[in-house]
Design a protein around this ligand. Structure first.
Ligand code: WTA
Length: 648
């Protein structure tokens, strides 16, 4: 990349950096020379009941074992709340904005403490024990944050489930996790749509049937609409919880006790739950958020991610609260009731740090500059993105138009499995390159491997790997450690394999080139194409299908499905029916953009579908297919092209 597009360190005088370039350099060097000492020092960012004396113990070889701060004891809710009570009990911890209601709730650390303690008492009263799983399926309302922290307080493991999942998807996750209690809402409004949280949960619980482990359901009433309640199982959240004591002695946990698990998609099979451990995760959340989003008193951080994603865990809840900052949530849409809605909220609540997805930035860009110009946005001092690639032109628009050229833009690369930022700048302490996720944070040792698994030095391109463990690394896949070892540690032995490709330039900056497996990223939502194909395989009218991701101007990628209908079935499947089937089985977020019913698919002689060709055709590239000699039937390529062209 040419240095022309380099944004130097000193070009944002409005932003006060948390450290100087020299201090950052020194920190990198120290972390490199003495990783054990470095990570023990970072552990001091959080409160421990018993301080750890060890950093990492374990190995990426064989039966992979990852342990951090193993002799330490702590409680994550204490790190996020109690430790701040004396110094800033009256400071706002959480701003909770609800669309259609005036103002926003300003919840101080002292108020958060009370609410978390009441719920911790209620959960205990309902028989939830430490180590047991509690599923949380809520819109972006304050109870979501309280619920996570209350689980942490009693040592229960939370499993936050996305409101966009189907009943089927929720049922699978409830059974897999063995959740004993569910916290959900009656419904949520998104623009002019109503999302029936409780109804979907009831359907999911019914689907679990004999395998249902859930004993109680707490329901936050989010509107006046009547919602059916099952006596003995369902409780009105506030009627039940608000009567409990506002104090609860935290259950002190060993560092390696699981804090939460989170389902995410991989290239094969069903979504898997990655497990994060309390001590390492908390240090990591405080460290990564402290490095990239160094909040000062008065800073309001608004990370727009849904709490059901890893960004919602680390950048909405655990990171900002561990660091004693103010975090904001809102259940609003970026463009309803009008374009620029999120910009109103930035002005209304004096947001100083905005952290969103490239999809949201592209959507704001599509609304036009005039919408942005109509807002002050003068409180903003830092902008961030994560979750998907951001091109240099969108990065520049974010920087120039939203940030008015005075805020650094931090593009951060991370994953559910890394739990926090791996690649990202320390704003103000290093130059920025639009379109690059910058450099590894101090203490992280990244590597690029060639197709033979050989590690490349200097500027190079390859599969992105991490050479040494970091405190926030996922410890295992729930009930499937073998899959954990195979997915992440067998591709390049001795290294954690991220699944992404990347290029490293002469300055050591990384440029993510995209997933190397069959995982696609639709508007920041990770989706395995195999999940979609598995759904379609259950329809007897379909012989076979292939799902691929294609570039999309706003969502980054869109899902396209090619399906072969069986001959001689009475009711032929329709393209609209296939879309609905996928959305019903996985959730609305997985609804294919386009479906093509085709007579066959391109295959190699060994029968493997050539997805590379399908991706090309679906993206509208219908020429220069390269060598087709390995296909069993070359004509099918032209036939499929004709189908695609006919539709456009
Ligand atoms: C992609 C989201 C390019 C990547 C935090 C990764 C990115 C997957 C970036 C993880 C970025 C995340 N630039 N691609 N800055 N950040 N990704 O688990 O493919 O939902 O593997 O975590 O998103 O998605 P996940």
């Amino acid at each position: 990349m040419s240095t022309l597009s380099l944004i130097p360190t000193h070009s944002h005088p409005h932003y006060t950096a948390s450290m100087s370039p020299a201090e950052l350099q020194a920190m990198r060097a120290h972390a490199q020379q003495n990783p054990e000492g470095f990570w023990l020092e970072q552990a001091r960012r959080i409160h421990w009941h018993r301080k750890p004396t060890q950093g990492f113990r374990g190995s990426f070889e064989g039966d992979v074992s990852i342990k951090w701060y193993d002799d330490g004891h702590l409680n994550a809710s204490v790190c996020c709340i109690d430790r701040h009570l004396t110094a800033r009990g009256d400071q706002v911890a959480l701003i909770s904005h609800r669309e259609g209601r005036p103002g926003a709730e300003q919840i101080t650390y002292a108020m958060l403490h009370e609410r978390v303690c009441r719920l911790a008492n209620a959960l205990t009263d309902l028989g939830v024990e430490k180590g047991e799983r509690v599923a949380i399926s809520l819109p972006m309302i304050s109870e979501a944050v309280v619920a996570m922290l209350a689980c942490a307080r009693i040592g229960a493991v939370h499993v936050v489930l996305f409101g966009g999942f189907s009943a089927e998807g929720i049922a699978e996750r409830l059974m897999d996790s063995g959740a004993v209690l569910v916290i959900t809402a009656s419904e949520a409004r998104r623009g002019n749509k109503t999302i029936p949280f409780k109804q979907t949960m009831d359907d999911a619980l019914l689907k679990c049937g004999q395998n249902c482990t859930v004993k109680s359901v707490l329901v936050v009433r989010t509107s006046d609409a009547a919602v059916p309640m099952l006596p003995g199982r369902d409780y009105d959240y506030h009627d039940f919880v608000d009567g409990f004591e506002p104090d609860f002695v935290p259950v002190v946990m060993p560092a390696e006790a699981p804090l939460f698990m989170l389902y995410t998609s991989g290239s094969t099979g069903k979504p898997k739950a990655v497990v994060h451990a309390t001590g390492g995760y908390m240090v990591w959340a405080a460290y990564t958020m402290g490095m990239v989003y160094a909040q000062k008193p008065g800073d309001v951080l608004w990370c727009t991610a849904d709490v059901a994603w890893i960004t919602g865990h680390t950048s909405v809840v655990y990171g900002p609260l561990a660091n004693g900052g103010t975090t904001m949530i809102s259940d609003s849409l970026p463009n309803a009731p009008h374009a620029g809605r999120w910009l109103d909220l930035i002005d209304d609540y004096k947001v100083t740090m905005l952290f969103t997805s490239p999809t949201a930035v592209r959507a704001m860009m599509a609304d036009g500059d005039a919408v942005v110009q109509a807002h002050s946005l003068e409180t903003l001092r830092l902008l961030g993105v994560a979750g998907e690639p951001i091109s240099s032109d969108v990065w520049m628009w974010y920087h120039d138009v939203i940030g008015r050229g005075k805020c650094p833009v931090a593009d951060t690369w991370w994953q559910t499995e890394t739990a926090g930022v791996v690649l990202g700048p320390v704003p103000g302490a290093q130059p920025l390159k639009p379109g690059s996720a910058s450099t590894p944070l101090p203490g992280l040792d990244l590597a690029l491997a060639d197709p033979q698994g050989r590690i490349q030095e200097n500027s190079a391109e390859g599969s992105l790997c991490i050479a040494r463990s970091w405190p926030g690394q996922a410890r295992t896949i729930w009930r499937d450690h073998e899959r954990f070892c195979k997915t992440y540690f067998s591709m390049v032995p001795g290294f954690y394999f991220t699944g992404d490709g990347a290029r490293r330039d002469d300055d050591g900056y990384y440029w993510i080139t995209g997933r190397m497996d069959d995982v696609i990223n639709v508007a920041g939502h990770r989706l395995g194409t195999a999940e979609v194909e598995d759904v379609l395989a259950t329809d007897h009218r379909l012989l076979e299908s292939a799902a691929v991701g294609v570039p999309h101007p706003v969502k980054g990628q869109a899902l396209v499905v090619f399906a072969i209908a069986r001959k001689n079935v009475t009711a032929q499947p329709t393209e609209a029916g296939i879309k609905r089937m996928v959305a019903d089985a996985l959730g609305r977020y997985a609804m294919p953009e386009t479906v093509y019913l085709v007579p066959d698919l391109p295959r190699t002689r060994s029968g493997k579908i050539v997805r590379r060709l399908l991706r090309k055709i679906a993206s509208g590239e219908i020429e220069n297919f390269g060598d087709l000699s390995t296909l069993t039937d070359q004509e099918i390529v032209q036939t499929i092209c004709n189908f695609v062209q006919e539709k456009h």
